[in-house]
Design a binder for this molecule. Structure first.
Ligand code: GNR
Ligand code: NI
Length: 178
């Protein structure tokens, strides 16, 4: 298995839109295993394939405190959103920055499982917010896109500086919410 490199904002590769998974084979399982290992190693609660430069509609999530409840969503689509909330978010592609974003507290979604079987489900709270954040990634969108241009530019400059100096921000704990 492998820990993959996570792309950082403002890298334009993060703006690519994912392609739906059509073939459910062993290579898909390998991608998912590597994404899970990368997410756990980076102390994230979610990871979208595009963050590791895989242009496919695949999301892995684990919001459990014990880090032993992985969830995989393939080709996910939100079919219903309810109850606006404000949520403080972070992103492994925007290391070190946390900002409030408008989201929905309850969603219904459709996705495929590892066997390619379609299912419908409902999510609430942190899990629902995480799915919205990850589906944004699959559409080439980042949480900084909801901020003012001034804030976004400032964050972009700071991350570019850190990356150019090779400074790595390693999370010490998991930011479920701040
Ligand atoms: O680790 C993460 N924490 C988080 C906190 C609040 C809302 C969303 C997230 S997702 C983020 C991991 C990540 O960047 N996923 O794309
Ligand atoms: Ni993210």
């Amino acid at each position: 298995m492998a820990i993959l490199e996570i792309l950082h904002y403002p890298n334009n590769l993060l703006r690519q839109k994912g392609l739906d998974v059509e073939i459910f084979d062993e290579s898909l399982e390998i991608i998912i295993k590597n994404m899970l290992e990368t997410m756990y190693s980076a102390k994230g609660i979610g990871l979208a394939a595009i963050q590791v430069n895989i242009i496919k509609n695949i999301i892995v999530i684990d919001i459990s405190e014990k880090r032993n409840e992985p969830v995989v969503l393939i080709n996910p689509v939100i079919t219903r959103k309810e109850e606006k909330i404000e949520f403080e978010e972070g992103c492994l592609s925007v290391p070190g920055f946390y900002e409030k974003v408008n989201r929905f507290n309850v969603i219904e979604y459709e996705a495929k499982d590892l066997q390619g079987k379609k299912y419908n489900a409902k999510a609430e709270g942190l899990f629902a917010v995480c799915i919205q954040h990850e589906i944004d990634h699959l559409n080439g969108r980042l949480f900084v896109d909801y901020l003012s241009m001034v804030k976004r530019e400032s964050i972009a400059k700071k991350i570019q500086k850190m990356d150019s100096e090779g400074i790595k921000v390693q999370r010490k704990k998991i930011p479920y919410s701040i």
